[in-house]
Design a protein around this ligand. Structure first.
Ligand code: TNX
Length: 538
């Protein structure tokens, strides 16, 4: 069988890795790769095959065919077989001992064999296989006069972290469903497996909740939007109504679309802060007697939820519908930047705190979060929130998304909580990525590609036991200044390419120069996919 010949070649020391390394531009870089002589050429007769009776293999085979057909124009039939025929790409589920998401890929002149213990592993192998073909394979229509050669080689690969994600802020500016699908496709190319959707904030509520229709009737729309940066004086507004929301059907469609690409969607419902759109919809959730509008400018906002039992139950009702739509283990409840001015000033809040025997506002927030944690646990889910949820005490079973700094991750992990690394310093893709004067308007800060690449999520001052709490990392595309899909892509890529490698490739094998060389080829893939990434610095 062809498999054997490849392994024998490698064993006989005919590795050509050094000579031809430049041609191999897999991104994120694989753990282990040995190139040998020759290549497999995909042609009109090539079949994609899976083990008879293996439905997971069949699904991945169908996905592979669907991504190879457009550019090649070949039929690439998908067939069940008991043994691999010649001129085939053979997908097999077997225990390759490379973890949940690992895979083994072997290319010889007669065919390709891809094995993994799970369909997620097969899917990752498929992404590598696409990248072994010329970048033109990523085109959505037939590419003429192109040969489709895959260099002979053996790869063993698996991720460094289980959590490899990106966050999109759909609350500050609504992003269309079709764009989110395209974004999911692009994440899949980078072997990322989480898409965090920030669905609610002061400026918009984007998720249909059947029990509370005003959340989207009112909360999904704002009168206008601040133009440029918010100075204290002279604010100007664009006078344009902005909004939109996802129906539950839209979200279920996205969940399925993402799951087919082994990506889990993490929904975020903000509380107790970043709540003005909800309070505008149902004023009884707030602390003031006046009717608030959906917010039209940015920044930390004093209008937060009150602490009445009916508000807690309201939010649990919302979470019940969220849990129903999103099957993933984690549900994000926000928790960031809830300034306590209104709680301090409110007689009702102070009275409630007394009744509950809660001594201060930080502990009040902690009670609020604990109620949500309890509720999510009763539904078999896990709570995750921004690192402010640590304040006032937090259950060990909650997961912390550390954004304010590495210290917050250290604090959480030492306390025994799992952590996702999302520090502003390395993962805020709403910051400028080049000289401010030369970039389109962004929120501020500076986060060039090289800095993102330099992020090692494990380079923190923790004992090995505590380090185990680091689940991985994700990039944040906050949307205050990101009003269009094209601009969201511009801010996300290529920085997400760098973060994908920080999340996948063993630290000892990472090298920025090497990454940049591969990225030059990789952006051709992004071009073919129509991704509006930021051009690489010359
Ligand atoms: C802080 S990060 C926020 C967001 C903003 C972001 C802008 C976090 C949990 N809160 O509300 O969009 O900064 O960079």
């Amino acid at each position: 069988m062809f498999l054997m010949s490849v392994f024998l070649c490698v064993a006989a020391g005919e590795s050509l890795m050094a000579a031809n390394k430049a041609d191999i531009t897999i991104l994120p870089a694989p753990v282990k790769m040995e190139q040998s002589k020759g290549y497999f050429e995909l042609n009109e007769q090539t079949q994609i095959v899976f083990q008879t009776g293996n439905s997971e293999g069949e699904k991945t085979a169908a996905y592979l065919a669907s991504v190879l057909r457009p550019a090649t124009g070949y039929a690439l039939p998908v067939n069940a077989v008991s043994d691999a025929p010649a001129n085939a790409i053979y997908l097999q589920i077997e225990d390759v001992k490379l973890g949940e998401e690992g895979y083994r890929l072997t290319v010889g002149k007669e065919g390709v064999a891809l094995s993994a213990a799970t369909s997620a592993g097969l899917f990752n192998g498929v992404q590598t296989l696409r990248q072994l073909l010329p970048p033109a394979i990523f085109n959505s229509s037939k590419v003429e006069k192109q040969s489709w050669k895959i260099p002979s080689m053996a790869i063993e690969d698996y991720p460094r972290f289980a959590w490899r994600g990106m966050m999109l802020d759909t609350a500050r500016h609504f992003l269309p469903k079709e764009f989110i699908k395209k974004f999911i496709d692009t994440l899949a190319v980078h072997k990322m497996n989480r898409l965090h959707l920030h669905l609610t904030d002061d400026q918009g509520w984007r998720i249909e909740i059947k029990k509370y229709p005003k959340l989207t009737e009112v909360g999904a729309w704002r009168k206008e939007t601040l133009v440029g940066h918010s100075g204290k004086n002279n604010q100007t507004f664009d006078g344009k109504r902005h909004g939109g929301f996802y129906t539950q059907d839209d979200l279920r469609e996205l969940v399925v679309y993402a799951a087919e690409r082994h990506i889990t969607i993490l929904p975020e419902i903000e509380m107790p802060g970043h709540a003005q759109a909800a309070i505008a919809s149902y004023p009884e959730l707030g602390n003031l007697s006046e009717q608030l509008p959906v917010h039209t400018s940015w920044g930390v906002n004093k209008n937060i939820f009150n602490v009445e039992e009916h508000t807690i139950l309201f939010l649990q009702d919302v979470l019940a519908e969220v849990v129903d739509i999103f099957p993933g283990t984690y549900i994000h409840i926000g928790g960031d930047e809830a300034v306590k001015d209104q709680w301090k000033a409110s007689e009702a809040v102070q009275k409630r705190m007394k009744e509950l025997g809660i001594p201060d506002e930080a502990k009040m927030q902690s009670y609020f979060i604990a109620r949500m944690n309890e509720f999510l646990k009763s539904k078999g889910r896990k709570l995750i929130g921004w690192d402010e949820i640590l304040e006032g005490g937090l259950g060990k079973d909650a997961t912390v998304m550390a954004w304010r700094g590495i210290e917050k991750a250290v604090e959480a992990a030492k306390a025994g909580n799992d952590v996702v690394m999302a520090p502003t310093t390395y993962t805020y893709f709403d910051y400028y990525q080049g000289k401010k004067e030369k970039e389109p308007l962004a929120i501020g800060g500076n986060l060039p590609l090289e800095k993102v690449y330099g992020f090692d999520p494990m380079s923190i001052d923790l004992e090995p036991e505590a380090l185990k709490h680091v689940l991985g990392t994700q990039g944040q595309v906050w949307g205050e200044y990101i009003a269009t899909p094209d601009y969201a892509e511009y801010m996300a890529f290529p920085r997400a390419c760098a973060l994908a490698e920080a999340a996948w490739t063993p630290q000892a094998q990472r090298n920025y120069e090497d990454f940049l060389a591969r990225l030059k080829a990789h952006v051709m893939r992004l071009d073919a996919l129509g991704v509006h990434y930021r051009a690489l610095d010359k």
